[in-house]
Design a binder for this molecule. Structure first.
Ligand code: ADP
Ligand code: MG
Length: 324
């Protein structure tokens, strides 16, 4: 069997079961961050993510400044996903030998801009050469008041399913790059959404204050994949949870709608399976939804079902982005 057959999540499940001896009170593999309780009444949150040339970006097209921004952004998003406050990052880079110093300086400027904006110093990392492709790994530390981080595993039947922002813009931006689409202002906006995501830290912190918000994560692979993580982590085998999603309710930007109609793309496919939106996906008790002080869209409901998603408005199943 090769990795393609096992799949990304099959492999992670295998790693998790081989390394299941985790000290009491600590949460390890399975959520957006690990949670390590401290004696100070706060929990430390830790997450790490990698970006690989060819898989996550194309060297010919990636602007180094924007890539620097994105490398930090996607990691900070995992802290936002739990309603935490990011506090520091670590950056490891493997660089092909011919890479110009100008390129890496621009990369560091973009990285510096976002980490300054979010108030998170770079405290360390590692630098090495790569025989071929550029590889970037960022680790991020965050914190939350003890026990307040929002998990993937706490969705309840009847919860409303909500998202922040709009979905599919980043995927439309990627399509624009791959199709070499004419870069008018609409296409530029979408490409910017692809390279310059703004992690929803303030929104995550506000949602973490609300007891009615049950489960939360960030959207990195599209809701077709990410919502399934909430369904798999929540409920029990006897009382499994599923979701009903109203495709017509998905928040689509005018840019994504226009781009999709021009290029014969299905906007729902991009919004559910394109990924890299770095918006928040959360479930909330219906009685608490109206009083949330975070802009959001209700897209469906958690229902008793065998961990499946019912897409209302299409016969297709949308499975989200898969690495393998
Ligand atoms: P995210 O999309 O939020 O970054 P992933 O789907 O990448 O989350 O990972 C899911 C969970 O699996 C996380 O808890 C992550 O830390 C863990 N994980 C992924 N790859 C590995 C690995 N190689 N070793 C240990 N844990 C891993
Ligand atoms: Mg995540």
């Amino acid at each position: 069997m090769n990795i393609n057959q096992l799949g990304e999540f099959g492999l992670i499940a295998e790693i998790k079961s081989a390394f299941d001896k985790v000290p009491d009170g600590i949460r390890g593999i399975g959520d957006d961050c690990a949670i390590i309780p401290q004696t100070t009444g706060r929990d430390t949150l830790v997450s790490t993510d990698m970006l690989i040339e060819g898989s996550h970006f194309l060297m010919e097209d990636a602007d180094p400044w924007q890539l620097g921004w994105k490398s930090a952004a996607v990691n900070v998003s995992d802290i936002a996903a739990m309603g935490g406050k990011p506090i520091a990052t670590f950056l490891s880079i493997a660089l092909p030998k011919g890479l110009s110093v100008k390129w890496i300086r621009a990369f560091m400027e973009g990285y510096g801009k976002i980490t300054e904006l979010y108030g998170i110093p770079l405290l360390g990392g590692d630098t090495t050469s790569s025989p071929d492709r550029l590889c970037i790994n960022v680790a991020v530390l965050g914190e939350a008041a003890s026990g307040t981080a929002k998990l993937r595993s706490t969705a309840k039947p009847g919860d409303l399913i909500c998202v922040t922002g709009t979905l599919g813009d980043s995927a439309a931006g990627l399509q624009a790059i791959l199709r070499n689409a004419q870069r008018d202002s609409m296409v530029k906006t979408l490409i910017e959404r692809h390279y310059l995501p703004h992690p929803r830290v303030a929104e995550g912190l506000a949602l973490a204050q609300c007891d009615g918000v049950h489960a939360m994560m960030d959207i990195s692979d599209g809701i077709g994949s990410d919502l399934r993580h909430i369904l798999e982590a929540s409920g029990t085998d006897d009382e499994a949870l599923g979701a009903r999603i109203e495709l017509g309710a998905l928040p689509l930007s005018a840019e994504t709608k226009t781009f999709c109609s021009r290029h014969g793309l299905d906007p729902y496919e991009l919004a559910t399976s394109g990924g890299e939106d770095y918006e928040l996906l959360f479930t909330v008790e219906p009685s608490a939804e109206a009083s949330l002080n975070v802009e959001h869209t209700v897209i469906g409901r958690i229902v008793p079902a065998q961990r499946t998603i019912e897409w209302i408005g299409s016969d297709k199943d949308f499975i989200g982005f898969r690495h393998f």
